[in-house]
Design a protein around this ligand. Structure first.
Ligand SMILES: O=C(O)CCC(=O)C(=O)O
Length: 285
């Protein structure tokens, strides 16, 4: 007689409770090495283009071709790197980022937390944080601060994935546990170089601030209402490379997508809807 073994859910009851109570969850070792190296290669390609542009317009002499991915942009482009922006999206909308959204253990976890088909969200960013760079120090905010109050009842989990090991000295994230219960709070545009949206410090309960050091292969999940920020990069040398991708509970509002009018939906895992193939996803960009 054939028996059907019930598959154990990917997240333990304790992990689900932590997500529900605290609005964030650190998943260790869920991103395969092959996906990380694919994304690193893609970013290295973008860095190559930046450095070639700087060389062609006479800003730099030495292209640093022998330097590793972790340091090349900082060593070669240094002070000029900020002019290429604080986060990249169009440049990295490629098969590697599509595949990263499909990392099986991540997709399992997202499916369990949303309780629906796994839907991709259109907003993702690659963020090189250079040593000492102010432009990329992201202040306290909720992602729904950007997506607007239409997203207040939506579930838009972010997976923040570092491409180098991170800790408090090189710009890891901090979250405020339980802040996802606050609703969308008021944000204003910061005075600093980044001009990011920021919430007043008075809304941040110090005793609930959690610093999140992470290893390669980890993903930090946080709710669209969870207050979070990234710390300054105070060491020298290695750039803090990270990527943030997002998912959406099926049928929820994705929020006001401020950078483009593209409320498109793409399906990552479903029993009932056709999943979006790579070619179609690439066309969305
Ligand atoms: O990577 C960072 O420095 C900030 C990330 C962030 O704020 C986000 O993913 O919403």
């Amino acid at each position: 007689m054939k028996t059907h073994q019930k598959q154990a859910p990917p997240l333990s009851p304790e992990q689900v409770a932590q997500w529900e109570n605290d609005g964030y969850l650190l998943l260790q070792g869920v991103i395969p090495e092959s996906l990380i190296s694919g994304v690193r290669d893609r970013f290295a390609h973008v860095v190559d283009g930046i450095i070639r542009t700087l060389k062609e317009n006479g800003t730099i002499e030495d292209e640093g071709l022998e330097l590793p991915f972790e340091t090349r942009l900082a060593h070669v482009a240094g002070a000029h790197a900020s002019r290429f922006g604080r986060s990249w999206r169009g440049e990295i909308a490629t098969s590697e980022i599509f595949e990263l959204h499909h990392a099986p253990l991540l997709v399992d976890a997202i499916g369990q937390l949303t309780g629906t088909d796994v839907i991709g969200h259109p907003v993702f960013n690659a963020r090189p944080k250079l040593p000492g760079q102010q432009l990329t120090v992201v202040p306290w905010h909720q992602d729904s601060g950007y997506f607007g109050t239409v997203s207040e009842n939506s579930l838009i989990p972010t997976a923040w994935i570092p491409l180098v090991p991170v800790d408090a000295s090189n710009g890891c994230l901090q979250v405020v546990a339980g802040s996802h219960r606050l609703g969308v709070v008021e944000h204003h545009t910061e005075e600093r170089e980044g001009r990011f949206l920021e919430v007043m410090d008075t809304l941040v309960e110090d005793s609930r601030v959690v610093t999140c050091p992470m290893a390669l292969g980890d993903a930090l999940l946080f709710h669209n209402l969870t207050l979070h920020r990234s710390l300054p990069h105070t060491t020298s040398g290695v750039i803090r490379w990270a990527i943030d991708i997002r998912y959406l509970r099926d049928e929820d509002h994705p929020g006001t997508i401020y950078w483009k009018d593209r409320n498109f939906k793409w399906v990552i895992r479903s029993q009932t809807q056709p999943v979006t193939p790579l070619a179609q996803w690439l066309e969305m960009w």
